[in-house]
Design a protein around this ligand. Structure first.
Ligand code: FE
Length: 169
């Protein structure tokens, strides 16, 4: 009887372990690898996010907050490198696509790769805007507008708090 119970318990543990391994994967572009890779989605509880993010990062990334204009650390930041997700570290925007929009928020004409971001309609503030988020952790980054410069005509208007700059080596 005890053997059966032990076997059942082991089976249960194995099944739950398999479940963890089988986390949903997404295809994203890695700057370091110079190629697309399959990466596991990052899913955390609210308290887990609060433990690893600052209050400001949590508000922006997990509550779709917006930092005040000109308050963030990257709107007037000019280094060569990659702006990664402050939540999960995914490569999101390159300094090559960054430009001074004059809005007080870091602005880009395009992401490193469309595969790395997701968008959805945001109907708050009595208007329809297109929200932009990290495809791997779902963290809110900002919005994209169609009043950007050439060549894309797009303005990815992001929050500094959602980003982590990684300079080129
Ligand atoms: Fe992320």
């Amino acid at each position: 009887m005890r053997t059966i119970l032990t076997t059942a318990l082991l089976l249960l543990l194995t099944l739950s372990a398999v479940n963890v391994v089988a986390a949903e994967k997404v295809k994203v572009y890695s700057v370091e690898k110079g190629a697309y890779i399959m990466s596991e989605k990052v899913e955390k509880s609210e308290s887990e996010w609060r433990n690893i993010l600052t209050a400001e990062q949590f508000h922006v990334l997990r509550e779709e907050g917006t930092e005040p204009a000109f308050s963030g650390k990257y709107h007037d930041h000019h280094g060569e490198g990659v702006y990664a997700c402050a939540g999960c570290g995914l490569d999101l925007f390159s300094s090559e696509a960054k430009y001074d929009s004059g809005t007080g928020w870091p602005s880009f004409t395009e992401p490193i790769d469309k595969a790395n971001i997701g968008t959805k309609k945001d109907r708050r503030l009595f208007t329809v805007r297109t929200e932009v988020h990290c495809v791997r952790c779902g963290g809110h980054l900002g919005h994209v507008f169609e009043d950007g410069p050439e060549p894309t005509g797009l303005r990815y208007c992001l929050n500094s708090a959602a980003l982590q700059f990684e300079p080129l080596e």
